[in-house]
Design a protein around this ligand. Structure first.
Ligand code: 0GY
Length: 290
């Protein structure tokens, strides 16, 4: 049963005013359940509303996107069955980011690779997961190396400083979810966001998803306070940024985001056709489809 305070995704999002270029990739979204076929994990911290693959593909087409990168969320733990099922249904139109534990075999990883998985996710967000020892993550990092996968990390801004030594031990590409979740109220010049920008300057293997204004904003449903944060990253690191809807937006407390309005943020954070081409097509295609 869905948590009583859980807010389901928007039932009828608006048509975006911004027309995304042909071939655009929604590089951060999820599938949940349906629970009767793909039960949620016993150790999950929340029970969402089912958000099955058919709904995701419908939204992709409605918003004008061509492809999806589907990211394993914590409510499914290390059971990637719903993710793999969605990838197999999508064929070449989707790629995946899985969550695995170090007991996974090479054969299982290879099967995931054939289904379209190209990365593993390390989740450090305390409200979502119990903490995982660094050795466990390092063992997973070692296992995926042979496949050429990268590592997706989800953390909260205040934890970045303590994570840097760990991130330095990873020698793959690292993609940071939701631009490291800056506290927008602190402004662009706060040491936490400066630290994140410095991390990207110092390491050209670190990428950022300039996503999730709905989670970061202090003035929902107006996302303009988040725009400057995403825009500085897109302008300084145009070849290392990705964009995604974050559909179905689990655990939103303040409002239910309208996905059409989220798409309309894109031209504000990537103001030229050239930047949009990199953000929505060239970068995700290079990372997930080449
Ligand atoms: C959350 C939940 C999860 C992740 C995301 O934005 C996300 O990638 O929504 C999760 O992994 O369960 O509340 O952020």
């Amino acid at each position: 049963m869905m948590d009583p305070d859980y807010r389901p995704f928007h039932p009828n999002p608006s048509k975006p005013e911004y027309k995304v270029p042909a071939g655009a990739v929604d590089a951060h979204c999820h599938v949940f359940g349906p629970a009767e076929k793909f039960p949620y994990h016993p150790k999950r911290k929340y029970t969402p509303c089912d958000a099955p693959k058919e709904k995701l593909f419908e939204l992709r087409d409605y918003l004008g996107f061509s492809r999806n990168v589907i990211v394993q969320a914590s409510c499914h733990g290390t059971d990637n069955a719903a993710l793999i099922d969605a990838l197999e249904a999508a064929g070449d139109l989707a790629r995946g980011v899985a969550v695995v534990d170090p007991s996974i075999t090479t054969g299982e990883l290879q099967a995931m690779d054939r289904a379209g998985v190209r990365a593993v996710r390390f989740n450090f967000v305390k409200r979502l997961v119990d903490s995982t020892p660094k050795e466990v993550f390092l063992a997973v990092a070692e296992k995926i190396k042979a496949l050429g996968w990268h590592i997706d990390v989800y953390f909260e801004a205040q934890d970045l400083e303590s994570l840097i030594p760990f991130l330095n031990e990873l020698d793959t590409t690292i993609v940071v979810d939701h631009m490291g979740t800056p506290n927008i109220a602190n402004g662009l010049n706060h040491p936490d966001f400066q630290r994140f920008q410095q991390l990207m300057r110092d390491n050209d293997r670190v990428w950022a998803k300039v996503s999730c204004p709905e989670r970061l904003t202090r003035q929902p449903p107006d996302y303009s306070d988040v725009v400057p944060f995403a825009r500085v990253l897109v302008e300084e690191f145009p070849d290392r940024v990705l964009w995604g809807t974050d559909w179905p937006h689990p655990n939103m407390k303040t409002h239910v985001p309208d996905d059409g309005k989220l798409v309309d943020v894109i031209p504000q954070i990537a103001p030229t056709a050239e930047l949009q081409q990199k953000l929505l097509i060239d970068n995700p295609m290079r990372l997930f489809w080449s």
